[in-house]
Design a protein around this ligand. Structure first.
Ligand SMILES: CC(=O)N[C@H]1[C@@H](OP(=O)(O)OP(=O)(O)OC[C@H]2O[C@@H](n3ccc(=O)[nH]c3=O)[C@H](O)[C@@H]2O)O[C@H](CO)[C@@H](O)[C@@H]1O
Ligand SMILES: C=C(OP(=O)(O)O)C(=O)O
Length: 512
């Protein structure tokens, strides 16, 4: 028998009432807010791994761990016609960088609007394990206070190995220790992902890293001189972030060339500016950072909206042929995507621009108008910013499967992502792998429902979820940890638009 989020919610409510606790009292015990408890009890909020453990402890209720044993799965009923509006939440990738950057600040950092996702939980577990105090002070607001001395030797290696973002501790930690160890980075299974560009950039700032027995051994030599010019060997996002964080506390001027101007890098730079770091060239490929030996400020920063979530939600409208409005889309990071959609015949209506709460990022509301799509004339491929975002490319596989004609998707970046997208064939797409990097898609597709294992990669997994919403019948998408790694309450939020997605643990109901 499998448990659903509704049945778990009822169990929690009964256990709370049996103790005579109010929702507020339980919220205090959990370190969250009353409205979150209300949603959990109504089955309207994703239960993260750490929340399940906290609930079991607070209510002395090991049963909840038993009931939620096994994987988290989605049961999707289709076909779906969506309507209404949905807000884009803030990005996983900026949250990762800024959480790591909070180590640079000896003062109090408050991050507003941070997404409550598994990936944030993993990096929070890592930060807590090295001595940082993290307190949720609202549904989505996190207070971070670091100790005078961090303790990397007590790092939670299990949590660290589940996220690639652990790499971004190198930049902040190199200013505090002559030697330290970090566990190897994890993340989605997208094939080999190099760490060499990080080592190459940071070596110019005095850091040497040797990889041995599951750990990176970092050794730091003081850097000489007050002017540095570093050309990154790849225009990668996290490598740029690591270099910027290293430069933020290196007195003097560091010029970074071939830097990424992507959304998470911009968000990180805006945050560092609040901390008093002087950065020029944000959004371009040359960043000039004037670092400071000591950074101490009480800062509050609003993380910006996620262009990848925006594209996911726009795709939800396109694949289900629904008229929905996706509010708060960061338009600077979606322009090429929308230009390609325009070529394919997709009508999108854009509102006038307004600013994100960080005062910097430009947002628009996007209304998806049901349209008849045709395959693009040329291949669709990603590029570093300002190209079509690498993480948005997978959504074009679903969109092309919806369009009439033959499309080619070319993912030169990742070895495995195209391979994972091939799974769309299980839901009825006519999709072939030409080689590990190229997909040939013949649309339009009559999507069909079925039980399917989620691939170990975030965006391809979301693509399957979106296609399942368009398919007639019931699709069980099994083991969706990767989706919860990057999206907050996605089933619940899509259900508000008219989708029918149930969350359940363990084996599917009809198999029990
Ligand atoms: C936490 C975070 O922010 N993760 C994002 C970040 O990961 P991250 O910055 O870690 O991305 P990687 O360094 O793994 O780069 C992705 C792949 O692109 C290759 N590459 C990259 C740049 C380049 O100029 N040339 C090149 O060949 C790399 O060798 C690698 O194979 O950027 C990726 C690419 O945008 C996104 O998919 C991830 O969601
Ligand atoms: C590949 C991704 O993330 P990460 O770098 O965290 O693996 C992603 O967000 O699609």
């Amino acid at each position: 028998m499998s448990a659903t989020s509704e049945s778990i919610g009822r169990m929690i409510r009964e256990a709370r009432l049996a103790r005579g606790w109010s929702q507020q009292r339980l919220a205090d015990e959990l370190g969250t807010v009353q409205s979150a408890v209300h949603r959990i009890e109504n089955g309207q909020q994703n239960l993260s791994l750490s929340m399940i453990n906290r609930l079991a402890e607070a209510l002395d209720m090991p049963l909840i761990q038993t009931a939620t044993q096994g994987n988290v799965n989605f049961e999707i009923q289709g076909p779906t016609r969506l309507s209404g509006g949905i807000d884009v939440r803030t990005s996983k990738n900026a949250a990762m960088a800024i959480l790591c950057a909070s180590l640079l600040n000896q003062g109090r950092t408050v991050l507003r609007g941070i997404a409550r996702i598994e990936e944030v939980d993993r990096i929070s577990e890592v930060l807590t394990s090295i001595g940082v105090r993290l307190t949720w002070i609202g549904d989505n607001d996190l207070e971070i206070v670091r100790p005078g001395t961090l303790t990397p030797e007590t790092i939670d290696a299990r949590a660290a190995k589940r996220t690639r973002s652990i790499l971004m501790l190198l930049g902040p930690l190199m200013h505090e220790f002559e030697q330290f160890l970090l566990p190897y980075a994890g993340g989605c299974d997208l094939g080999a992902r190099t760490v060499h560009p990080h080592m190459s950039a940071l070596s110019k700032m005095g850091l040497t890293v040797e990889a041995t027995e599951g750990n990176y051994h970092a050794t730091v030599q003081p850097i000489e001189g007050v002017e540095r010019s570093i050309t990154l060997i790849e225009r990668g996002d996290t490598v740029t972030e690591n270099a910027v964080m290293a430069a933020a506390r290196a007195p003097g001027v560091t010029v970074l060339r071939n830097a990424s101007g992507n959304y998470m890098v911009q968000d990180l730079c805006f945050f560092l500016q609040e901390l008093g770091v002087d950065i020029d060239g944000i959004g371009t490929t040359t960043l000039t950072v004037r670092g400071r030996d000591h950074l101490e400020a009480d800062v509050e920063y609003h993380i910006s909206e996620d262009p990848i979530e925006a594209m996911s939600l726009v795709t939800a409208g396109i694949v289900t042929r629904s008229g929905i409005t996706v509010r708060r889309c960061p338009i600077e990071f979606l322009e090429v995507e929308f230009a390609v959609l325009d070529e394919m015949g997709q009508r999108l209506e854009l509102s006038p621009e307004y600013r994100s709460r960080n005062g910097r990022t430009r947002l628009v509301d996007v209304t998806v108008v049901p349209s008849d799509l045709v395959a693009p004339l040329d291949k669709i491929h990603p590029m570093p910013f300002p190209g079509l975002n690498i993480d948005n490319l997978p959504f074009f596989a679903v969109i092309c499967a919806t369009a009439t004609g033959q499309s080619v998707i070319y993912d030169w970046v990742y070895d495995n992502r195209a391979i994972h997208l091939k799974k769309l064939a299980d839901l009825g797409a006519n999709i072939q792998l030409m080689d590990a990097h190229r997909l040939l898609i013949l649309g339009p597709t009559k999507w069909r429902a079925r039980e399917i294992e989620s691939p170990p990669a975030l965006r391809p997994a979301v693509c399957l979820l979106l296609a399942a919403m368009a398919a007639r019948g019931t699709t069980n998408l099994m083991d969706v940890y990767v989706i919860n790694r990057g999206y907050e309450d996605l089933p619940q939020r899509l259900n508000k638009l008219g989708a029918s997605i149930n969350v359940f643990w363990g084996t599917p109901q009809n198999d029990a």
